[in-house]
Design a protein around this ligand. Structure first.
Ligand code: ADP
Ligand code: MG
Length: 231
């Protein structure tokens, strides 16, 4: 059924215990995503969108069910294996950018490369390339505090792609941006998907942003209630 899926979640279960109470986020969630797809996930606040992204990222874990990405059983990996898998295979873009304020744009972008055995020159050239790709050439030495939200998010995207991962997970990437900056961010994500073949999963409240995806899923009450594929 999901043999050819790049991402296959089957019978995913997740609850949180808060105090003595169990809150069920989802109990038999299935999701199948092809390589090269651009999927938007929408749904009410609290419906479990970030939880799902964190599970796909291997940051959080399922209580039960199976998760395969690129034919690897993520749900069977321990924490160390999951972090290593994450470092090699995915980039993550956050709503509030998660940049380190004491570092320059270039230093923020270089962070994921610290784990890799690269020569300094190779590291610098990769950082320059991705900053150029997101339209921030010449801003290498700027700190986040002097940048607009849109520029900071583009630094965040550069950091997410500097290791050249196949998969990009974005949690409300335009959630804190004005329309113009949001459109610029969506243009970059569209380029990464269409021209560089990145598989993108993006949680969003922004219907305009969701239009850039070629598939929109609505998560509500622990189920995907709608599944439309654009022509
Ligand atoms: P969304 O991103 O769709 O707004 P979340 O995935 O953040 O939703 O949260 C879904 C539900 O799970 C919410 O009720 C939230 O309070 C709860 N939740 C999320 N993370 C945790 C956690 N680490 N511990 C306990 N409850 C959590
Ligand atoms: Mg969320």
């Amino acid at each position: 059924m999901t043999q050819n899926s790049y991402i296959a979640l089957e019978d995913g279960q997740k609850s949180y215990r808060i105090g003595g109470e169990t809150i069920r986020i989802f109990s038999d969630l299935d999701l199948s995503i092809s390589q090269g797809d651009f999927v938007a996930i929408m749904g009410p606040s609290g419906s479990g969108k970030s939880t799902l992204l964190n599970i796909l990222a291997g940051i959080d874990t399922l209580d039960a069910g199976t998760l395969r990405i690129n034919n690897q059983r993520i749900d069977r990996m321990g924490e160390a294996a999951r972090s290593s898998w994450r470092a090699h295979n995915m980039g993550i873009v956050f709503q509030f950018y998660n940049l380190l304020p004491m570092l320059t744009a270039a230093e923020n972008v270089a962070l994921p490369l610290l784990l890799k055995p690269l020569l300094a020159a190779e590291r610098r050239s990769r950082v320059a390339n991705v900053l150029d790709l997101v339209g921030l050439k010449g801003r290498e030495k700027q700190h986040p505090s002097v940048m607009s939200g849109g520029q900071q998010q583009r630094v965040g995207i550069a950091r997410a792609i500097v290791s050249d991962p196949n998969l990009l997970l974005c949690d409300e990437p335009t959630g804190d941006l004005d329309r113009k900056s949001a459109d610029e961010v969506m243009e970059i994500l569209t380029f990464l998907n269409r021209d560089l073949g990145k598989t993108i999963i993006m949680v969003t409240h922004d219907p305009q942003a969701a239009r850039s995806a070629n598939r929109v899923l609505h998560l509500d009450k622990g189920q995907f209630i709608d599944n439309e594929r654009a022509a």
